[in-house]
Design a protein around this ligand. Structure first.
Ligand code: ZN
Length: 111
């Protein structure tokens, strides 16, 4: 397993294939003074970025738009290789977002 680049988070569990999408978003979130990144992970085949926002109108906060865009992009990106993927049920790891190649490869490895 590669070393997470953001160990300061209590939970940083970003799949390899999504890092190119997620890392720039985290850079931007970190630059926002009223945003605290709490956790990053894959859940039910989708990207989750949990943040703390020091304001009430969080729904209109630019951080939410950034996160929504990343989530949308990851939903179409293989979490293993970064290629074009789609969300699907696997026999070994629940819902995952994968391309056909990675799905077949992981299925073989985990069989
Ligand atoms: Zn793949």
């Amino acid at each position: 397993m590669p070393t997470p680049t953001r160990d300061y988070l209590c939970g940083y569990d970003c799949p390899e294939g999504w890092r190119a999408i997620v890392e720039p978003v985290l850079d931007k979130l970190e630059a926002m003074p009223d945003v605290t990144i709490a956790q990053v992970k894959q859940k039910f085949g989708g990207l989750r970025i949990y943040v703390g926002l020091a304001r009430r109108d969080w729904k209109s906060h630019p951080a939410m738009k950034l996160i929504a865009e990343a989530v949308e992009l990851c939903a179409r990106t293989c979490e293993s290789c970064g290629g074009a993927g789609r969300s699907e049920q696997t026999t070994w790891g629940g819902l995952r977002t994968l391309c056909a190649n990675c799905h077949a490869k992981l299925a073989r490895e985990r069989a």
